[in-house]
Ligand binder design. Structure first.
Ligand SMILES: NC(=O)c1ccc[n+]([C@@H]2O[C@H](COP(=O)([O-])OP(=O)(O)OC[C@H]3O[C@@H](n4cnc5c(N)ncnc54)[C@H](OP(=O)(O)O)[C@@H]3O)[C@@H](O)[C@H]2O)c1
Length: 337
């Protein structure tokens, strides 16, 4: 079989090598790879720049890429899920099977730190594959693991889709349209915007011609803003995303095509810091009546009493404010009227 190896020294450094076809062990299958799709991540890996995840070490001589579609060629002992001839798609991160990705699970990522799929054959654990959708060609199916799963999670993972969709990539556009959203995409390329419109995008904004494109998003959503934003730009785009997010909206930090650091310095951008830990950074402002009542019941059940630091008389109102200003309180300052 043949495969490519990267030494993290760029595209020119990719070396093709001939190696024996591996044999599947117990619980494993040998897949003949048919198609591989590329992601920005793969480019970063081979350029030695994919270094922002704590759980992903740089390992020498890696087979890059994670997304493939192929056919099961041999099955190891005790394999129950697959038979020879089954058409399968890889999982970028084989674990966990449900919930959110954990940091530890990132160590199982294909294409770094685990060997990837840029070869003619690869052995997979039987549960590290999913069935390729029958309605898709091999070329289509291999694009699913990173781009489409990320878009799916960003649109459906943490909250349902509102009426106004958001900015995002192509897979996101297709999923959001099929979910009934109004979709706005940003691209500097006229041809890409036209193609996005053919796929159902309601608006395409040229962010080079309109650098303050958030205003345009507000305009075309009648001042509502985007309910869900697939933020793939990073340092150059996050402020615009904030400016056009709907009240109570969701900005999914996905990528950093416009750079990993703030223009001003070495500090990693907020976008990347959230991606690194699969983190939710949530703005907060109070809550509704039912949650208030829930809180009262919880306090009753657990006998929680608010901490009162000091009680001032009505005439001492100014002293109460001064005390607050001094910052020496622990608990609440109360004025008795
Ligand atoms: N976190 C994850 O799991 C995950 C998954 C998939 C991808 N990613 C990351 O997401 C990023 C994008 O990947 P992709 O495959 O979606 O790329 P893509 O298909 O090239 O889409 C990016 C879109 O953003 C637009 N854009 C670029 N710079 C912009 C700017 N300054 N202002 C507004 N819009 C801008 C692009 O416009 P143009 O047409 O002008 O280029 C393009 O329409 C990459 O960093 C990738 O590594 C992360």
């Amino acid at each position: 079989m043949q495969r490519y190896i990267s030494h993290f020294d760029g595209i020119d450094g990719l070396k093709k090598e001939d190696v024996p076809v591996p044999s599947p062990r117990q619980g494993e299958v040998l897949v003949q790879v048919r198609t591989i799709s590329l992601n920005y991540r793969d480019l970063e890996v081979i350029n030695g720049k994919y270094d922002h995840h704590r759980a992903i070490r740089q390992v020498p001589n890696i087979v890059p890429c994670s997304d493939m579609c192929g056919v099961v060629q041999r099955v190891g002992k005790n394999v129950t899920k697959w038979a020879v001839g089954d058409r399968v798609v890889s999982l970028y991160v084989p674990d966990p099977k449900t919930g959110q990705l954990t940091e530890r699970a990132l160590a199982t990522s294909l294409g770094l730190p685990q060997h990837g799929v840029l070869g003619t054959h690869r052995v997979f654990a039987e549960d590290a594959l999913v069935k390729a959708p029958e309605h898709m060609s091999d070329e289509e199916a291999c694009t699913l693991p990173i781009t489409s799963v990320t878009a799916w999670m960003a649109i459906n993972g943490t909250r349902p889709l509102g009426e106004n969709g958001g900015r995002g990539d192509i897979a996101g556009l297709q999923i959001a349209k099929a979910s009934g959203a109004k979709v706005i995409i940003t691209s500097s390329c006229d041809k890409k915007r036209a193609m996005a419109k053919d796929l159902g995008a309601d608006f395409g904004i040229n962010y080079r011609r309109i650098p303050e494109w958030a205003n345009k998003v507000m305009e075309v959503t009648d001042g509502h803003g985007a309910d869900i934003i697939l933020e793939t730009g990073g340092s150059q785009t996050l402020s615009q995303s904030f400016a056009c997010a709907a009240y109570g909206g969701l900005i999914n930090c996905i990528g950093y095509t416009s750079g990993k650091t703030q223009a001003s310095g070495e500090q990693k951008n907020v976008n990347l810091l959230t991606i690194r830990c699969n983190l939710t950074l949530k703005g907060f402002i109070n809550g509704p009546t039912d949650r208030f009542e829930e809180l009262i019941n919880f306090g009753k059940k657990h006998e929680i009493h608010p901490v009162i630091c000091k009680v001032f008389s009505f005439n001492q109102a100014r002293d109460a404010f001064r005390y607050l200003e001094s910052g020496s309180h622990f608990g609440k300052i109360v004025i008795r009227a």
